[in-house]
Structures are given as structure tokens and as C-alpha cells.
Design a protein around this ligand. Sequence first.
Ligand SMILES: [Zn+2]
Length: 458
Amino acid sequence: MLIRNATLSGSPHTDVRWRGGRIVECGTRLRPLPGEDDLDAHGGWLLPGLHDHHIHLRALAARAGSVPVGPPLVRDAAEFGAALRGADAELPPGRWIRGVGYHDSVAGPLDRAVLDRLVPDRPVRIQHRSGALWVLNSRGCQETRVNTCALPGVERDPHGDANGRLWRLDSWLGARVPPTSADPALISAQAAAAGVTGYTDATPGLSQDDVTALAEAVAAGTIRQRVHCMAPPGVTDPGQPRFSLGPTKILLDDTALPSLPEFVARVRAAHLATRPVAVHCVTRVQLILTIAAIDEAGVLAGDRIEHGAMVPADTMEWLRRNRIPVVTQPHFLVERAGQYAREVAAEDRCDLWRLGSFPAAGVLVAAGTDAPFGDADPWRVVRAAIEREPNSERISLAAALALFAGHPNRPGVPRTVATGAVADLTLLRVPPQEVTVPDRDLVAATIVDGTPVHLAFG
Ligand SMILES: [Zn+2]
């Protein structure tokens, strides 16, 4: 296939030809070969395909069958009650209500008694926006037999009864509740229309079965994008096209931080299995502990920091020297502006969701939407990045798009549209200088592994 009359960043060429999944020729005035498909780009900007470097695909699909119960849609106790009662009135009897995106600023900390007052007669489960906590009402506790669960994540009242709060028990809970109506094909199609050619799934603790199921969804074409999947060291690659295994995700939680030797052992175990580590760091202490652990275990190419919500200035040199990228979410500053204004001290704001200061200090940076915990539209991330305040943290449109142009296994190291590169491409309707408001409607074509998965000409 051939795209002609495109605008490429940093290249005089206008025409790009690929065969199978690889770009085989870039030039000017290329002519279609007999039988070759040919697309006139009318000057549109041809980008390396947008790769979302941090997303949770299964959780995103599950959200489709869920009730949003957090900001900005639901902001206080009255709206929270209305959302749950509305779902209660709509659903057939006995069906679970699954609420997502809850934050304590809405109606305070939840437990089963609070939920029982709103919905007593059907099972309810509410996911905290952090992804770390589920809260069940009493019916939900009964149906899942939480009281018999011996895992440490079950919070209990002074009598030893579960109070409905379940910390980091996603897989335990997932095995005990009916599956939610999820349509990964729809999510994939919407992402294709937004120019997304690849995902890195950053879900911690996936089992071999989870990974195999995801690889099969890719192979079957349910998910049309390329998927790079984080997985624990013991999981093996199912060997499907457009699917690869990524680093091992390490989740940190300030209330239960591992000891340094434990942490070092986890990093070494991943590295021994030739898996880099992707460490969830949203606080200073998490980043500093991670630096100590990686210093001790040694760096493996592909090691990365997820989120980097708080990066103190004196850690930047370490990140630069070790070429460890920060995979950030610039849109969180927009989506969670109210929360940060209340909860982050003025003197800490300069370290909060840094962006422009990373490249300025020579630190590699990439972006992921973190959907469903952030909006799944990468163009919102791009807009947040180019409108970032203060000016010193703002980046250009080209740099914002490049946040999604990293290699799946080396975020922050950009791919280019060049001979020999993988044919994952996003074509915009207009040249760079005509992009005024970056938006998903600008996407004219999305090519994954040489195959068009979205075409919107005219
Ligand atoms: Zn995440």
C-alpha cells in the first residue's frame, strides 16, 4: 500500500510505501504499482502510530457496563445517592450494580453500611478511583462470601466481620462476581478512530490465562491494535501476531511499602526473566525507594517509571543518567484539578505531574491515558500537554504527539516514519501548521501492522 502527498516530520519525503507490516520505501512522486492500494493524503500529517503506553484494557471494557460515581459527573453525597438509586431502578432484580471512579471527596469513605442505606436489596460494588479499593454492600458481601476470605486485603470491624472494604483484591473479587457486559471490539474501534495503533496494558499481576485471553482477542481481531502486555516473570508469551510481553509491573502503596531487600529481590527476579520493571510511583517516597532498589539490582533496558506524579528535582539526574523514562498522564492535572487544589501543598506543586522539565533535563518521557482511571482519548492528553501551566512545563504539539510515538518496549525513544520501520501509522487530515485544536476528528486514517483499521476520508 502507498500513501502519497503526506507531510512527514523531519523528512523531505511525501510518499510512504509498505508491504506486509514494514515500510519499504519513502520518497517523492512514488507511483502506485499494479494492484497496489493508493491513498492521497492531500498534505495531511503522517505520524508514527499513536501508542498508548499505559492503559488497562479489561478494566476499560468493564467500565462500559458500569455507573460512574465520581467527579466530574458525581460530586457530592446527593448525586452519589441519585446515581446508585437510578441504577437500582433500571436494572433487573438481582443484577449487580458496579460503580466506578469513586473518590472520598464525593461522600466520604464508604463501607457496607453506607451503601446499604442507599441500595439494600441488590449487590453493589464500588471501585475507588485509585483502583486499589472495592467497597461492597451487605448483599455483595454475602454473595461473594467475603467473611470466609482469609486474604489480608479484607478490612474488618471490631467484631471481625468484613466491613465491605476490599484492598487490592481484584482477582479474588473477579472470580466471584458475574462478568460485566464488556465489548473490547467497540473500545478498539473507538481507539482506531482516534488514531491509536497500539497499547501497553499496565495491569499488575495478570495470570497466564489473562494474558492468553488478551493475546487471543488480538489474534481474533477483536482488538485491532498492537498490544504490549505487562506480566509477572512466570508468564510466557502466547506467541500471537501483534502481541508481545512487556515489563513486570510493580505496584507500590505507601501504607504497605516493601522492605528494600524485598523490593530488590522482585526487581532481580523480573530482570532474571529478561523482563524490565515498570514501577508505579505516585509519591516521592515511592520514587526514592524505586531508585534505591534499581540502583541495587542494576538497570535493565526497558525499566520505567509509571505516572511519576511527584518527581523531586534532585531525582532528575538519576532518571537522565539511567535513561529510565517516566510514563506520565498530563491530563490528570485537568481531570483532577479540584482534588489537587485541595490536597497538594503549594510548595509541592512544582514536582506534581512534571512535563516540560523532563526533556529540559534530558529525561525520557512518554504518555499513557491510564484508562479507565483517566479518559481513554489520547487527544485530551495532547491538549493538556500543550496547554499545561506554567509555561515551563508546557510542550509543543509535536512533542506532545511524540509522547505517544515511543517504541512499545522503550517509551520515550521515538519511532519515525522511515524505511524498515513497522507500518503503524496515523494520518491526519491536515498538515502540522493547520492543526489548531488537536482533536480525534483530525484522524483520517489509522494503519496497524500495514492494515488500515480506520479510514475517514471526505
Ligand atoms: Zn494504571
